[in-house]
Each structure stands twice: as structure tokens, then as C-alpha cells.
Design a protein around this ligand. Structure first.
Ligand code: GLV
Ligand code: MG
Length: 346
């Protein structure tokens, strides 16, 4: 076991000290860009103004023959675009692939001071995080990187789900985690062919009552894993995200999947198509009426202790804390989006 005293020591001489707290940033959507496509790269300067995070994808969905071009394209994007307050992330190839090592070494060498987060796919256990953690520290020292590059794990293997708590606490470099429903479905041998979302056959049937037709209620295939991931992340002080929703033609189902994750504790989701950006903005911001009610709670219990009744509902220390979560998030949204700030009444 690593001693607590050593947890926050840099892993290489000359590497920046690990962060003790995550930067406070709004990350409602992680927008995926295929960086080998010049046409898509050309849109990034404008895109960066409309999303919270731009991610250059190097892994799945990038053809094998375009892997090097995607890496180069991402580096060019990082060197030429001013991202302002928008996060710059990349999803590198899996650690057992022929590209992962060059992804990390070339990207950190070229744009390590601009890169905020590396998303690591197919994380099976803390050993994957430890490897990347050490490698990043060596590269940060070599290239004089001033702030630590964070790691975001994709939870998309059955083994990863088994080890989710150890992954969440593997390093102070951990930023958060995303549910990867497509690879996870394959890893678990689920009988689906979708990227996220429900399945019409995963349902509960109401009890039979004579010959009357029986109602069926579709269930959420991702509830268990999302909740498990949220607990692991919240306990470790890192951020949980829902991942991709592949049916771009079904905005309503995408919104519902995003919202379930938000209500359970996730802070954002991936957007793979421009139409999903507006959905993420709508979902991962607290509801206006909820924020108004949360402000009533905080106003009537300024020190957060005791109990009061508001509109017939009991409020105490625990609801005060829930209200704080909503108000703090609403303030972050308001700072980025003045229109929302007005609607919240800040
Ligand atoms: C994402 O990478 C997924 O597999 O769902
Ligand atoms: Mg995947």
C-alpha cells in the first residue's frame, strides 16, 4: 500500500506537484472531434466557444489507417486554437494498442502545457492508472509542464466495473470517469447492439388482472453501473459522467438518458453530434424551479442547521446540503451563460 504521505508527491523529479483539489469547471458536455478530418478541425475555433470541453478522439471510431493523422491533427489543433476557458482533452488509444505510447509521448511533448485531461479507455484496474500516472510525470518533468495533466477513465469493461473504487482512488491525477455503454455491453455479453440507451425488451410486466392487457415498464439498463460509478467518484472527490448516446435521430431518448444520469449525480455526458450539445446544456443545468426552491431553503436556514417547514415540506441539514449542490451548480452555469444567470435570478 502506498503511504498517505506519499500520495501527493510528484512521481518524477521536476514534475509539477499533484493537485489536491480539482479545478472548478463546468463540464456539461465533452464534445468529440475526429482530428484527422481537416474539415472538422477547421470548425474547432468556433465550436470551442459553444461547448465546455473539446476532445480530440484518437481511439475507437478513428480508422486504423488514420491513427497517426488523428494524433497529428490533434496536436495541430492544440497548437493553433485558442481554447479560452474551454477544456482541451484527448482520448488516447488503449494501453495495449500499438498507438498508446506515441499518443502520450508526442502529445505531451508538443502541447503538454495546453492539455487539461487525457481520457483513458478500457481501464480494467488501478494498475492502468498507475502506469499512465508514472509516464505522465516523467514526460511532464522532461518537457517542463507546469500543471499536472489529469486522467479521466472510461468505465467500459466488466473488470473495470469490479474495480471501480480502486480506479477512482488510484492517483491524485484522477479527474473523473465516464460510463462507456458500448464497450461495456460487449464486455458483459449483453444482448444489445446499441451505443447507450434502453432496450424495449428490458422491462417489468405488471401483474395479470384477468384478461386485461398487461402494462409493461421499460427499465434503465445503465442504472446499476451509473449508480455504482457515481458512488465511487463522489467518495473519491472526482467527477462522474455518462458517456455516448449513439442514436442521433432520437433526441428524446438521448435527453432522457442524460437526465437519468444527471439526477443520479453525473455532471455531464459526451456529445458526439452537434445536435447533442443543446441537449446537454439543457439537461446538465439545474431546473429553474428547483433552484428557486433551493434558494428558499438556504435563505430560511442561513447557517444550514436545524429544521424548518417550507410549503409543507420538512427541510433540515441534509436538504440544505442538497440545495447547496443545486445553487453552486446554477452559479457555475450562470457564470458561463449570462442568459441562464438571469433566468436563475442571480
Ligand atoms: C465508449 O467508448 C463506449 O464504449 O461506450
Ligand atoms: Mg469504448
Amino acid at each position: 500500500m502506498k503511504l498517505p504521505r506519499q500520495f501527493f508527491q510528484p512521481l518524477a523529479i521536476g514534475a509539477p506537484a499533484p493537485m489536491r483539489d480539482l479545478p472548478v469547471r463546468l463540464e456539461r458536455m465533452i464534445h468529440f472531434v475526429p482530428p484527422h478530418m481537416e474539415k472538422m478541425r477547421a470548425k474547432v475555433p468556433e465550436l470551442a466557444k459553444t461547448v465546455d470541453v473539446v476532445l480530440g478522439n484518437l481511439e475507437d471510431a478513428i480508422p486504423v489507417e488514420a491513427k497517426e493523422a488523428a494524433r497529428k491533427g490533434f496536436i495541430e489543433m492544440g497548437q493553433t486554437v485558442d481554447f479560452g476557458p474551454t477544456g482541451l482533452w484527448t482520448r488516447i488509444n488503449a494501453l495495449n494498442s500499438p498507438w498508446a505510447l506515441d499518443d502520450v509521448t508526442e502529445i505531451v511533448a508538443a502541447i503538454g502545457n495546453k492539455l487539461d485531461v487525457i481520457m483513458l479507455p478500457k481501464v480494467d484496474g488501478p494498475w492502468d492508472i498507475h502506469y499512465l500516472d508514472q509516464l505522465l510525470a516523467q514526460l511532464e518533468a522532461r518537457h517542463k509542464i507546469s500543471k499536472p495533466i489529469l486522467i479521466h477513465a472510461i468505465l467500459e469493461t466488466a473488470q473495470g466495473v469490479n474495480n471501480v473504487e480502486a480506479i477512482a482512488t488510484a492517483s491524485p491525477r484522477m479527474h473523473g470517469m465516464s460510463l462507456g455503454p458500448a464497450d461495456l455491453a460487449a464486455s458483459r455479453a449483453m444482448k444489445t447492439t446499441r451505443v447507450g440507451g434502453g432496450h424495449p425488451e428490458y422491462k417489468v410486466l405488471a401483474d395479470a388482472a384477468g384478461d386485461a392487457p398487461r402494462a409493461a415498464f421499460q427499465q434503465d439498463l445503465w442504472h446499476y453501473t451509473t449508480a455504482k460509478m457515481v458512488d465511487a467518484c463522489a467518495a473519491a472527490g472526482i467527477k462522474p459522467f455518462y458517456g455516448p448516446f449513439g442514436d442521433f435521430s432520437d433526441a428524446a431518448a438521448c435527453e432522457s438518458q442524460f437526465r437519468n444520469s444527471f439526477l443520479l449525480g453525473c455532471v455531464g455526458a459526451w456529445t458526439l453530434h452537434p445536435s447533442q450539445i443543446a441537449i446537454a446544456k439543457k439537461v446538465y443545468a439545474p431546473d429553474l424551479a428547483e433552484v428557486a426552491f433551493a434558494r428558499k431553503i438556504v435563505d430560511s436556514m442561513p447557517d444550514g442547521a436545524g429544521a424548518v417547514m417550507i410549503d409543507g415540506k420538512m427541510q433540515d441539514d441534509a436538504t440544505w446540503k442538497q440545495a447547496k449542490v443545486l445553487i453552486d451548480l446554477a452559479k457555475l452555469v450562470a457564470a458561463k451563460d449570462p442568459d441562464m444567470g438571469q433566468r436563475y435570478g442571480f
